[in-house]
Ligand binder design. Sequence first.
Ligand code: NAP
Ligand code: SF4
Length: 674
Amino acid sequence: MSSYPHLLAPITLGGVTLRNRSLMGSMHTGLEETGDWGRVAAFYAARARGGAGLIVTGGMAPNREGGVFPGAAGLYSEKDIANHRKVTDAVHAEGGRITMQILHAGRYAYSPDCVAPSAIKSPISPFPPRELDEAGIEKQISDIATAAARAIQAGYDGVEVMGSEGYFLNQFLVAHTNRRTDRWGGTYANRMRLPVETVARVRSAMGPDAILIYRISLIDLVPDGSTWDEVVQLAKAIEEAGASVLNTGIGWHEARVPTIATSVPRAAFAHLTARLRPEVGIPVITSNRINTPEVAEALLAEEMADMVSMARPWLADAEFIAKAASGRAARIAPCIACNQACLDHTFSGKLTSCLVNPRACHETELTYQPATVAKRVAVVGAGPAGMMTAIVAAERGHHVTLFDRADQVGGQLNLAKQVPGKEEFHGLVAWFAAMLDHPNVALRPGAEARADDLTDFDEVVVATGVIPRDAGIPTEPGSNVMGYVDVLKGAMLGRRVAVVGAGGIGFDVAETLVHDGDSPALHPDLWRAEWGVSAPWQDRSGLAADGPQPHPPAREVHLLQRKAEKPGRSLGKTTGWIHRASLAMKKVRMQGGVNYERITPEGLWISHGPNREQPELLAVDAVVLCAGQEPERGLSAELDRRGIPHHRIGGADVAAELDAKRAIDQAARLAARL
Ligand code: NAP
Ligand code: SF4
């Protein structure tokens, strides 16, 4: 008997039976824009081989004006069909099923040609949209239906019509973006005309058996969004128009509420799908922050949904379902919802990958081939870089000895998991530990490796990590100064604290210092109160009438940096705003452009600007140093002196701007060629 009977049960959508109830949600990876469709096919085929019940491609534009950016991939013409055929053939050859998402960006398009129901600029694109006239609207519907017909010609099992997240169809639905007075605006019946008409035309273009997924926004989280009654009215009309299944969309991209970041509780929005389910006769799919088979199984067993959509978890592990089905769930690499290698890359114009799985979107270029000669490999340091090296080298057939002076594996990840809102790091450390439980890996915890211990190996990998940088601030005796490691290990502090350094760790430390009580990331009710999220059946759009109600801060915290810019600019492109907003809600005083004059028992003396003006005492009980790191190269230097060749990776190689993403990627690439 499987541990996941509901997740692994088949389901029929339209005329297609799926082998299980997992949907790989749509993600823009940037692969299509490389023009190498063999690589696109390899990416999706790996997920089909790994058991995905139904794959949805990244958003494909139905026409030029609907592309998310100029040159965005699409199915614009007959000529594109052959490329898409490579993908569908590869997925079907693995026993999988695949639908193409049709994404019209409307006013979210980063293009001067963008169009919308009304000429209202979006806050996330610099280009004001052109208001469509009647003929323009008909063209959009017709182009979407034509793209659907071409998708069927290209071998897709159907399409997903993207109607949520604030894209084109969603823009027609709400007064926030639709101020029209013709038959496409005004009353709700008029505003929903476009999505409903589009679905009807797509169904007619594809025929009765193809899968038609409509992604419906269940909670807009923007002013003047939909009410719950409107959502239900739309869902019924979309069913009537021919959809086979409804997928859940959560929040517009311009919403100021996080919806997929790591600090959002798991399955935080599944109750909305559950509320919609009895209103319609077709299956419903739930989504957002579902990253383990246990969570997916529970949602299905509790009849909250008929299928579960996971997107980023399929980047983290292409064998998600295959491992769940074969009793290897502990070996599923967990998506920690960090966005660092996926969405942050997308929004920087880089190819998507995954922090925990550097092979994601690099399937054809980064391969782990069996080693021709099994070598004895020593890896020193069981942080992210060292652990990944050991795992890949062992999988390839090498015999690895992994040393770490600590009693447990994980390195800096063990600090990260202490930060409120970063609880997913517990799962990541557990995954590394499970993967290191391998016949080819000998763990040496609590062992400080010296050069003498490393002479008998064919390859030596030094992954000794970093040491905190000494900020060099003059400090009087009796002052209370500590490092971030002490704080994250639970050191006691007073009521007022100054944090020196506002990088990723400074923000994490500030978050830890202001936090009090249970972590909202583990308690959906607390999280909703913190961010002002209500239910759309209570408040239109799901924005609580009384706004965010953050828990009072545990301490008064100053977060400081020397650069004369807004603190937090170095944080992730898609998550930095969340960290800044979260600390602002806790009244953390963030300042750039400060000089650190000295630390005394009374507190921290600072001045401002290049001329060191306005000296000021921040009367605090403790000063916490988060001033970056330096490489820990003691062992590497000793090996150099002794002439013992070795590879240096991770923080021991370059500490500046080190994060787990770079460390893991560098490690995987080294281990792939050892
Ligand atoms: P960091 O991001 O390099 O930040 C170091 C901070 O210390 C900066 O604010 C810097 O600002 C300050 N600083 C540098 N030298 C200093 C000196 N001599 N005296 C006083 N202040 C100094 O390093 P980190 O915060 O230690 O983080 C390390 C890495 O982990 C980073 O790459 C980060 O991306 C990653 N990380 C990421 C996250 C995340 O959420 N994604 C979380 C934690 C860590 P000024 O020079 O302007 O003073
Ligand atoms: Fe998940 Fe982070 Fe990987 Fe993106 S980079 S898929 S958020 S673990």
